[in-house]
Design a protein around this ligand. Sequence first.
Ligand code: PAJ
Length: 347
Amino acid sequence: MQTILEPRTMQAWADATRARGERIALVPTMGALHEGHVALIAEARRRAKRVVVSIFVNPIQFDRRGDFERYPRTLEDDAALCAAAGVDVIFAPSPRAMYPEGFQTAVEVAALTVPLCGKTRPGHFRGVTTVVTKLFHAVRPHLAVFGEKDWQQLAVVRRMAADLDFGIEIVGVPTVREADGLALSSRNRRLTPDDREAARCVPRALDAAAEMAATGETRPAMIVGRVEMEIAASPRARLEYAEVRDPETLEEVDEVAAPALLGIAVWVGEVRLIDNRLLVPTEAERESAHAARGGSRAGIETGAADGPAGSREAERESARAGRRGPGASEARSAAEPREHWTGPRDR
Ligand code: PAJ
């Protein structure tokens, strides 16, 4: 395994690797690596001969200076973890190498960056899309792997890669969780023992919401109300937002008649945690919504109605769709049934 610090050296490596006909997968990270990152690296290794992990705490995506300064930096441990995971190259540029004197260019995705984290973290996604573009240009990967833990980020990067013809496949990986359901995150290291205990309210709230949707509740306000209650029950936690949205467009939904995304951000002590869950309504709710729409929606429901073979294909497709995360519809034909998503396969 080698460590490369300069974008130009990284490009030279990428060109030589591509000239040998080898596929390159990139896993962009900010370091402080954990099992969630390891799952991304494993997926990258399955899909490409060469794996590059970038480690760069990107100053321009932090909206609070303290958060940037306190962000854990554990390069030695990260390198050991990458070596054990079979990574070929760590790309670890300095802030100066990425943003030299006079830097003034940004890449921005429009509507997808407005709701959820976009509302409370102004400029955050512009920082993400700008740095991801620079990482793509340095590493020149065939594919890049992102976690569904940051569902909105995955949707935004997919949109950007499609809109700007990057020719890079964006792969999503389900969220890796602790035994009690808390999503792994580099920021978890900053939780005090009491805060760590309190953070259990996050998966508890998501579980309660998923259960409501699975047992017939379709009203987003009722589901959000339950999330508010679960978080309020934990005095150390404060809900920043809980919203039910379309998993791909991130637009608001009036009812959970098809799989919908519940995104939440919760402050526990000094630490901001984000998580999400795909809410999958009961079959009965889907059918009544289907009937209310006049029984047909541009071929979307054809899978289940096609008899056993169609149903099986629908199931297989739902498993694939569940793995693909937001924005995956671009690769999906009109006949592929969104109604049959099984949801994130993380729990
Ligand atoms: P970072 O928070 O280090 O996350 C790097 C990647 O790991 C992201 O794609 C994120 O979604 C994924 N990830 C984090 N926790 C995960 C978990 N528990 N299970 C599965 N995947 C998980 O996200 C960033 O860095 C930055 O914004 C970046 C994309 C690198 C741009 O700076």
